[in-house]
Structure formats: structure tokens, C-alpha cells
Design a protein around this ligand. Structure first.
Ligand code: GDP
Length: 197
């Protein structure tokens, strides 16, 4: 799947703009700065495909990428900006709610968590939303190159404990680093394995 073409399809700010749900879809979510754009770029081997959206005030888009001819990869706007205006947060919540509830072809959400920080309260909020929307989600720990062996066990224990409360959580937790490439082949194989059946 990843050997074929990967291209930017469109960015949308509301449900009206969504492309037709005619392909298998996976989405990526996470706090701003979690390493989401770096991960999408490393995963697809396309530098600069996904760009970091580091401006809290501006309307952030849901970006659709076509993976080969069978899948869409969706980059959701980062959340959890410190000092984000209330209206921005509300707009984000509204868009997320309608996207997650109204996308039958969405097969899995990958929720990115910084391996140094573990699950934060804002991550819990989106996990609750994923539960309510009945969207299976899988946690992806990012920036594992920044933690030591002991830190891995600590963060995995914390994350496992948090996951146990969520009905829509997929049990396997992925350890990744865009820097070293750890976990990229696994993540590619998982996405390619999600087929249209
Ligand atoms: P986004 O806001 O979630 O899209 O995050 P970015 O991909 O822009 O990454 C935020 C910061 O973390 C940048 O300075 C990246 O260089 C850095 N970063 C991202 N992934 C990794 C990683 O795997 N390892 C390390 N060491 N740094 C990373």
C-alpha cells in the first residue's frame, strides 16, 4: 500500500467538504506537538506531506490523503493548545464529533501520545469521544528515541492502565519514533491489513 502513490487530496473545515466515504479510512489524532506530522511523513516516506499546525488561533483543517487506490489517511487537527481561544476549542470539538460519528468507512483511529508525557486529561477526553462514537482506536507512543529503557516500561504501564477504561480501545500499543523509524513498518502493515471487508 505504501509503495504506491500517496497524495494530498483536500483539507476540510466542515462536514460538507468531506470526500465520499468510498475507501477504507484511518485517522491520526493527538495533542499539538506530539509528532503527528513527523510520523505521517515518516510513515509515507514523503517529507513535507503533512505540516505541523502550530498556530493556536487559526482554523485548522482535517486533511485527507489518498493512499494507493484503496485507503484514505486522515490527519486530524492537533488539540490541547495551551491558551487556545474557547471558540477555537468549541469549533474543534464540533468538527471532531461530527466527523467521528458520521464516517462509516472510518475503520481505526490512531491516537498519538508522547512517550515522555503519557496520557494527559485532554487525551482522555478524546478517548471518551472515540468510545461514544464507537470508533476503534489504537494508541501510538511517539518519540521513543527520547526515553530510556526504564522509561518505556513506566509509560507503557501508565498507558495500559488508562486504556483499560475505554471500550473502543485496541489492546496493542505501538512504540514509534520518526527519528529512528521504530514502529513504522509495523504501523504500515497494520494499515495495509485493514481492508474493505
Ligand atoms: P505535530 O504538531 O504533532 O505535527 O508535531 P511535529 O511533527 O511538528 O513535531 C513536533 C516536534 O517534535 C518537532 O520539533 C519535531 O522535530 C519533534 N519530533 C517529532 N517526532 C519526533 C521523534 O520521533 N523523535 C524526536 N526526537 N523528535 C521528534
Amino acid at each position: 500500500l505504501f509503495a504506491g502513490p500517496v497524495s494530498f487530496l483536500k483539507g476540510v473545515v466542515s462536514m460538507e467538504g468531506l470526500p465520499p466515504g468510498d475507501r477504507v479510512e484511518v485517522c491520526f489524532a493527538g495533542r499539538s506537538n506530539v509528532g503527528k506530522s513527523s510520523l505521517i511523513n515518516a510513515l509515507t516516506g514523503r517529507k513535507g506531506l503533512a505540516r505541523a499546525s502550530n498556530t493556536p488561533g487559526r482554523t485548522r483543517e482535517v486533511n485527507f490523503f489518498a493512499l494507493g487506490e484503496t485507503h484514505y489517511l486522515v490527519d486530524l487537527p492537533g488539540y490541547g493548545f495551551a491558551n487556545a481561544p474557547v471558540r477555537t476549542v468549541e469549533r474543534w470539538q464540533k468538527l471532531m464529533k461530527s466527523y467521528l460519528a458520521g464516517r462509516p468507512n472510518l475503520r481505526r483511529a490512531f491516537l498519538l501520545i508522547d512517550a515522555r508525557h503519557g496520557v494527559k486529561p485532554v487525551d482522555e477526553e478524546i478517548m471518551d469521544l472515540l468510545d461514544r462514537s464507537a470508533v476503534t482506536f489504537q494508541l501510538v507512543l511517539t518519540k521513543t528515541d527520547k526515553i530510556k529503557a526504564g522509561g518505556r516500561k513506566r509509560v507503557l504501564d501508565q498507558v495500559r492502565e488508562r486504556l483499560a477504561r475505554h471500550a473502543a480501545a485496541y489492546p496493542e500499543i505501538l512504540m514509534t519514533s520518526s527519528q529512528t523509524g521504530e514502529g513504522m513498518a509495523t504501523l504500515r502493515a497494520i494499515i495495509a491489513g485493514i481492508d474493505s471487508q
